[in-house]
Design a protein around this ligand. Structure first.
Ligand SMILES: [Fe+2]
Ligand SMILES: [Fe+2]
Length: 192
């Protein structure tokens, strides 16, 4: 009786913990192919993640609208410098909304752009602000809300969905820059 060859035994042995063999990978990939990027090993709560991303999407759009309002309404001695900042932030928030919508679709969800429910679903508020300084202060508050909510989402998603986590981390870093821009402006503010 011949013994199994050592080579065959090694090939059949299981690999490092958490690493599937080729056959398992191939079989899993053929299950529910209509789910696209979402494979059977996706371990986050997909419904909850999509809901969080949609809340963040609503927040981003409320911020886009608030920044545009402020951009067009800004008046006064410092208006030119501040307007440039408002416009840049409006465009960056819109880009964030795009990243979130794209990820929602990849996860099999639907991005909710319904304007009727936008402000109710947003974390940040749409505050018009009475003067330039008010506008800057309201934007700083909104950015600080966004920072906290993105940080919570990152903790929730954790390492179960690293792509979503990476997107959220990228956005969080920009919201921190936005908040810092306004904190700097307020620090040296002269006049009303
Ligand atoms: Fe944003
Ligand atoms: Fe921001």
């Amino acid at each position: 009786m011949s013994k199994p060859s050592p080579t065959r035994t090694t090939a059949k042995a299981t690999g490092p913990a958490g690493i599937s063999d080729r056959r398992t990978l191939r079989a899993n990939a053929r299950k529910r192919i209509e789910d696209g990027a979402v494979t059977p090993t996706y371990s986050a709560d997909r419904t909850a993640v999509v809901k969080l991303l949609n809340d963040a999407l609503a927040t981003e759009w409320v911020c886009v609208l608030r920044y545009y309002r402020h951009y067009y309404m800004a008046k006064g001695m410092l208006a030119d410098a501040v307007k440039a900042e408002f416009l840049e932030h409006a465009q960056q928030e819109q880009a964030h909304a795009g990243m979130l919508a794209e990820r929602i679709v990849q996860l099999g969800g639907e991005p909710d752009f319904d304007p009727d429910t936008l402000t109710a679903r947003s974390h940040a508020e749409y505050k018009e602000g009475g003067n330039l300084r008010d506008m800057v202060r309201e934007n700083l508050v909104a950015e600080r809300i966004a920072i906290d909510s993105y940080r919570e989402m990152i903790n929730f998603v954790g390492d179960k969905d690293t792509t979503t986590k990476r997107i959220l981390e990228h956005i969080l870093a920009q919201e921190e820059e936005h908040a810092d821009d306004f904190a700097d402006m307020l620090e040296g503010w002269i006049g009303e």
